[in-house]
Design a protein around this ligand. Structure first.
Ligand code: TTP
Ligand code: MG
Length: 385
């Protein structure tokens, strides 16, 4: 299932300012200034106003609209509420943007009924709990669900059953498909293709000649409703880092080592708390006078333990060539890919040693949560360090 809020920013403004309801509302820059439309209410779309249009153009088309500056924090708070509601419906929710998410509803029929009923219930819950209207689409994969939610906008609810896939796709313009930019559209038009039906009747060889193997296959598959049905596995790179500034510059290697130990433990704890693991370690060193250097290394294995993070950070320091210089600031960072945490089954499948390590760290984290940072630290054998 794919869900997308209708005229999101503008709808929140209409909800919170009853005097804006049933009026054209344009959220974005102020008329007379530079800038663009972020979004507008459906009442304003009648006048041809669209997202990303220069505000001067919007004003020419619809001077009588209410013009509002965006209040992203408020919209983000509403977004969070919506994602929470979705999380109560399915354990697999993949937020795509501030107002859009994929929800895997496979296997929920016994709990909530047919796909139509699940979609209707979702819309109802959102309307009741945040007083906003959305469009929902259901299909056998991401492409179909997304196209179905777009097709019903606004206040849409569309289910594309497996036997309806081709009849649903065929009349759509090719520009509705994913990853079809202006350049692709131009080339496709040159081949005389307008609709998905035209595309489906086009030879794969012709598409390969025009768009290369990968691009051609992407189009060829989409025209037949073939796409990924995986929800929740996209990864996003994030960095978790901690740094410390000394009151006085230090050059004692033991003090530098202790500081890196502490920073590594803090980074490790945050990483584990988020259920993540990192594969790029970075070390930041600042000397007096703000001279700052970073060193980083890509690891062969993802890490989430204090000791492994420390070892990598320490080896970066040893290789840095900065030993002996007085240090003002030290920082340790770990770049992580956010991935779905493995199911419990995987945990029990790990070898004994790994399992034991997991237990040690979960105890360490519990105690640190309860009694504070530094209340318990792991000993590090000199030989290993
Ligand atoms: P969209 O879902 O693309 O648009 P929408 O929710 O306003 O309208 P629709 O009913 O067609 O879904 O984007 C969600 C929000 O993201 C939108 O309310 C404002 C913001 N946004 C921008 O700030 N700039 C843009 O160019 C777009 C497309 C969206
Ligand atoms: Mg939207």
């Amino acid at each position: 299932m794919h869900l997308d809020m209708d005229a999101f920013f503008a709808s929140v403004e209409q909800r919170d300012n009853p005097e804006f309801r049933s009026r054209p509302v344009i959220v974005g820059a102020m008329p007379g200034r530079r800038g663009v439309v972020a979004t507008c209410s459906y009442e304003a779309r009648v006048f041809g106003v669209r997202s990303a249009m220069p505000i001067s153009e919007a004003y020419r088309r619809c001077p009588q609209a209410v013009y509002v500056r965006p209040d992203i924090r408020r919209y983000a708070a509403v977004s969070k509420q919506i994602m929470t509601i979705l999380g109560e419906i399915s354990p697999l929710v993949e937020p795509i943007s501030i107002d859009e998410a994929y929800i895997d509803i496979t296997g929920l029929e016994r709990l909530f009924g047919a796909p139509e009923a699940i979609a209707a219930m979702t819309k109802q819950k959102i309307l009741e709990q945040v007083q906003l209207v959305c469009s929902v689409g259901v299909g056998t994969n991401r492409l179909l669900a997304k196209l179905a939610s777009e097709a019903g906008k606004p206040d849409g609810l569309k289910v594309v059953a497996p036997e309806q896939v081709q009849a649903f796709l065929d009349p759509l313009p090719v520009s509705d498909l994913r990853g079809v930019g202006k350049q692709t559209i131009k080339s496709i038009r040159r081949l005389g293709i307008c609709s998905v039906r035209d595309l489906r009747h086009c030879d794969l060889e012709l598409l390969v000649a025009q768009f290369g193997g990968k691009g051609a296959l992407h189009l060829y598959n989409q025209a037949r409703g073939i796409a990924s049905d995986v929800v929740g596995l996209v990864s996003e790179r994030k960095s978790i880092s901690k740094e410390h500034t000394f009151n006085e510059d230090i050059s004692n290697p033991q003090q530098i080592r202790d500081c890196l130990r502490r920073l590594s433990s803090e980074v490790g704890r945050i990483t584990r708390k988020k259920g993540l693991a990192g594969h790029v370690i970075s070390l930041k060193i600042r000397f007096s006078g703000f001279e700052t250097h970073t060193r980083q290394q890509t690891l062969t294995e993802s890490l989430d333990t204090d000791i492994a993070i420390f070892r990598s950070a320490w080896s970066l320091y040893e290789k840095s060539g900065f030993q002996g210089r007085a240090v003002r600031l030290l920082g340790v960072g770990l770049s992580v890919w956010e991935v779905e945490t493995p199911a419990m089954g995987d945990l029990f499948a790990t070898p004994d040693e790994k399992l034991q390590e997991k237990r040690v760290y979960s105890t360490l984290d519990e105690i640190t949560d309860k009694f504070g940072e530094g209340s318990l630290t792991l000993g590090l054998h000199k030989r290993q360090g």
